[in-house]
Design a protein around this ligand. Structure first.
Ligand SMILES: Cc1cc2nc3c(=O)[nH]c(=O)nc-3n(C[C@H](O)[C@H](O)[C@H](O)COP(=O)(O)O)c2cc1C
Length: 167
């Protein structure tokens, strides 16, 4: 591979940020739980990896409080927010801390103790199957063990630094 400038030029950083503002993404909340403990954070760096096996990836900052939990290979849930979930996205994006975040939205817990948002568009129940450290983040591959769908397709989208509806 060709040599990449390190550190990147300020121009490249600015242009990259500008491009990412145009990469509209469905807002999700990633949750874990065990032994009565619950944790969660808002994330847009989520995408499918393969259908066989069903797997997705999430990119989590190594400074996030969820990171050490995910590193243990735990089960987690990716909750796909719908357009009414702006409050939930804000709470789990840093407006609230720790378990207080679960005061935003309606939450239940599955048989493995993993919290899920009952009126999310979808809940993808996963288990960490692989991980790769890259820069400030870790890419976790989640093997999908169960999926729950709810209501119509109406995603909350993050675009140009704000929440928007798909239509
Ligand atoms: C719309 C939105 C998308 C985000 N996407 C990600 C993401 O994909 N990965 C990540 O590590 N942090 C992401 N964050 C930041 C975390 O949600 C935020 O830093 C959170 O406070 C981390 O949890 P902690 O405070 O418990 O460490 C996002 C925040 C917002 C508001």
């Amino acid at each position: 591979m060709a040599e990449i400038a390190n550190p990147p030029t300020p121009e490249l950083v600015t242009a990259f940020k500008g491009a990412m503002r145009r990469l509209a993404a469905t807002v999700t909340v990633i949750t874990t739980g065990s032994g009565g403990e619950r944790q969660g954070m808002t994330a847009t760096a989520v995408t499918s990896v393969t259908m066989d096996p069903p797997a997705l990836l999430i990119c989590v900052n190594q400074s996030a409080s969820l990171h050490p939990v995910l590193e243990t290979g735990t089960r987690f849930c990716v909750n796909l927010l719908n357009e009414s979930h702006g409050e939930v996205a804000g709470a789990f994006g840093g407006r609230l801390q720790g378990a207080d975040r679960f005061n935003a939205g309606q939450w239940a817990v599955n048989d493995h103790g993993v919290p899920y948002l009952t009126d999310a568009q979808a809940n993808l129940f996963c288990r960490v199957d692989a991980l790769m450290l890259y820069g400030t983040h870790t890419i976790f591959v989640g093997r999908v063990e169960d999926v729950r769908l709810f209501g119509d397709i109406a995603p909350l989208i993050y675009q140009d630094g704000r929440y928007v509806k798909a239509s």
